[in-house]
Ligand binder design. Structure first.
Ligand SMILES: *Cc1c(COP(=O)(O)O)cnc(C)c1O
Length: 371
């Protein structure tokens, strides 16, 4: 073969993608069927139901965007915002910043609530923002900030946002299927996530869900959504069962994979899965702290499935991370933004969240670290 490519068998313990179950990999090798085949339509309906179950929502407008989680983010924001709209976006890491960029490109006036990276956004900060911007169309924030490992409490903020008459928009990319997340109970109006983190499917798909209040906002838009591909008024018809109309060609094999991954989550049970992520996190925490690593985020707000840690004194961050990959096939993530070169991000997501993964990492570190 002229350009043979045989990727190594890696152990994925970074910020995503995570390891993928063999059943999910095998699903992608199934023969293709057409995306308008009645069998495929049935499968899409089932996926919709499974996404509703995993989001814990009855929202009718729930489906999967045919693109990575950043596209789910874009779908939520460009459909809900029109030029001149005011909104509040909380930024305590990379992904809040990305939301601001998308909202500004959509022509919205953004009131930013900036918080030091590694910390959560406090209720009082949002109260203050609401004094400057009392009638925002939406308030958006990141539930699990993958760039810092901070887990944002949502329920009280949701109440505050609804008292102000705004929609509550949440990035649940790294919380979905890993930590408690209840879309209806927490009154989340628009939410997006990804396939590649705790769901442990290949990257490239983004489940989303909109409440009735959010759907009303879509129906009352005065201007066209400036993006053709992400315009929900058209793409939603593609996911409407027997009535579905051609919009684009769904990535059939990726959806086969997601179907299998969602089944694995439901077989395990969401609550069991949340408990597993927490339990393996504790196991990792004890071992990393014994090696001299220190956690970035205060214990109370730590994300169990994305462990942001400072390395012990005297270790060369980049070299150690490269040695892990090259000598042991273990991938961990480096820091982003202000934490580049300063921290590691150790993911314990979905299939990568086992005690064996922790032991592989710790065993390799024990050999590689400068003593
Ligand atoms: C990974 C991630 C995204 C983006 O996902 P892609 O699949 O890379 O587009 C968005 N938000 C958060 C919090 C993430 O962790």
């Amino acid at each position: 073969m002229r350009y043979a490519f045989n990727p190594s068998k890696r152990v994925l313990m970074g910020p995503g993608p995570s390891d993928v179950h063999q059943r999910v990999l095998s699903a992608m090798a199934r023969p293709l069927i057409g995306h308008l085949d009645p069998e495929f339509v049935q499968m899409m309906d089932n996926i919709k139901t499974m996404v509703q179950e995993t989001f814990i929502t009855k929202n009718m407008l729930t489906f999967v965007v045919s693109a990575p989680a950043s596209a789910g983010m874009e779908t939520c924001l460009v459909n809900l915002l029109e030029p001149g709209d005011e909104c509040i976006i909380c930024v305590n890491g990379v992904f809040g910043g990305r939301m601001v960029d998308i909202a500004e490109r959509a022509g919205a006036k953004v009131y930013k609530v900036d918080t030091e990276w590694g910390k959560i956004t406090e209720l009082s900060q949002i109260k203050k923002a609401l004094e400057l911007c009392p009638k925002p169309k939406l308030v958006a924030l990141v539930h699990a900030e993958t760039s810092t490992g901070a887990l944002q409490p949502l329920e009280e903020i949701s109440d505050l946002v609804h008292e102000a008459g705004a929609l509550f928009v949440v990035d649940a990319v790294t919380s979905y299927c890993g930590v408690p997340l209840r879309v209806d109970d927490w009154k989340i109006d628009a939410i997006y996530t990804g396939s590649q983190k705790n769901l442990s499917a290949p990257p490239g798909l983004s489940p989303i869900s909109f409440s009735e209040a959010a759907v009303k906002v879509l129906e009352n838009r005065k201007t066209k959504v400036q993006s053709w591909f992400f315009d929900l008024s058209m793409v939603k018809n593609y996911w409407e069962g027997a009535k579905r109309a051609y919009h684009h060609t769904a990535p059939v094999s990726s959806i086969f994979a997601m179907y299998e991954a969602l089944n694995l989550v439901l077989d395990e049970g969401l609550e069991n899965r949340w408990a597993r992520h927490n339990e393996v996190h504790q196991y990792l925490k004890n071992k990393l702290e014994a090696l001299g690593f220190r956690f970035l985020v205060e214990e109370k707000y730590r994300l169990p499935n994305l462990n942001a840690v400072y390395l012990p004194e005297g270790q060369d961050e980049a070299k150690l991370r490269a040695d892990l990959l090259n000598q042991f096939n273990i991938e961990v993530g480096g820091g982003l933004g202000v934490f580049a070169g300063k921290i590691w991000r150790v993911g314990l997501m979905g299939e990568s969240c086992t005690r064996n993964h922790v032991n592989m990492l710790v065993g390799a570190l024990d050999e590689l670290m400068v003593k």
